[in-house]
Design a protein around this ligand. Structure first.
Ligand code: A2P
Length: 275
């Protein structure tokens, strides 16, 4: 059984390039899917307080029988916890539900800049990391300006997880991440059923390599060092989504997928939205 290659984070932890997203699975579905995914070779599992399935994710982890230290468990917390003490309480609740002593990567789910505590939230994670309760510091949906505020306070996050797929390639955000050694993680890497998988350019590459359209898009992510966390409830899709490390897209093929960038593809604006 092949595992995904990993990328080293600033903190020293190693993050698999491909993992399982768990939104919008409920506890029961998450337990079944997480167990199945780990058996298929997944080691990175992504959940959040807001998904309300951390208990199920933890159950799936235990059922898998794979030792905790071989897994990379990520969760995220909501806006009401954006203070140093609040982050600690959020961590304790999540760790309890997951049934773990530490979390590999803890992310601020949305910056909520209007609340003015997007820096404090990251400082809360840094304090947990100092105690070994968290192995890497993460943000999600932070724009470069939000990250700059964090960096100005003396912390560089390990990971920023953003909405990213060939229709939303987020070039400016990625350049900022690269400049600071922040790893980019793609949420909704398959484009959330927006028709991306039916695009002729995707289908042509799939046919040329004997891959599925989803594999082409996931390969586009990981070949560029973007960590992808597709969700699927179907066993055969779980397996196919992880099986993208034996093919190589040509430079031309990667470039042709950039032509799918669309101004109409909605990107959730994290200055406006957040929970
Ligand atoms: P399903 O769970 O029924 O397989 P994203 O992670 O980009 O939001 O995409 C998740 C969506 O893509 C889910 O609706 C999931 O449906 C679907 N999906 C996941 N893997 C595949 C695949 N290999 N082929 C087609 N659709 C997929």
């Amino acid at each position: 059984m092949a595992l995904a290659p990993t990328v080293q984070l600033r903190s020293g932890a190693r993050l698999p390039l491909l993992g399982l997203g768990t939104w919008p699975l409920n506890d029961d579905e998450a337990a079944t899917t997480v167990e199945r995914a780990i058996s298929a070779g997944y080691r990175l599992i992504d959940t959040a307080e807001n998904y309300r399935n951390e208990k199920g994710v933890g159950e799936g982890v235990r059922r898998s029988g794979v030792p905790r230290e071989e897994l990379f468990i990520t969760t995220k917390f909501n806006r009401e916890h954006h203070s140093v003490d609040g982050v600690r309480r959020a961590f304790e609740t999540s760790a309890d539900l997951l049934g773990v002593d530490y979390v590999d990567l803890l992310l601020v789910h949305w910056p909520n800049p209007g609340q003015g505590r997007h820096v404090e939230a990251v400082q809360g994670i840094a304090a947990l990391m100092d105690e070994g309760l968290v192995r890497a510091i993460g943000t999600s949906n932070y724009k470069p300006s939000h990250l700059q505020d964090v960096i100005d306070a003396g912390i560089v996050p390990d990971v920023n997880q953003i909405q990213l797929d060939p229709q939303r390639p987020r070039i400016v955000d990625r350049a900022f991440h690269d400049e600071h050694g922040i790893v980019t993680e793609s949420w909704s890497p398959l484009g959330q059923g927006s028709g991306l998988l039916d695009e002729p350019a995707v289908r042509a590459i799939a046919e040329a390599h004997g891959m599925t359209p989803a594999q082409v898009v996931l390969r586009w992510h990981v070949q560029q060092g973007l960590v992808a966390i597709p969700k699927s409830s179907h066993p055969e899709r779980l397996a196919q989504n992880l099986d993208v490390f034996d093919v190589e897209l040509s430079g031309e093929e990667v470039a042709s997928l950039y032509l799918l960038e669309s101004q109409e593809a909605e990107i959730v604006d994290s200055d406006e939205f957040g929970h």
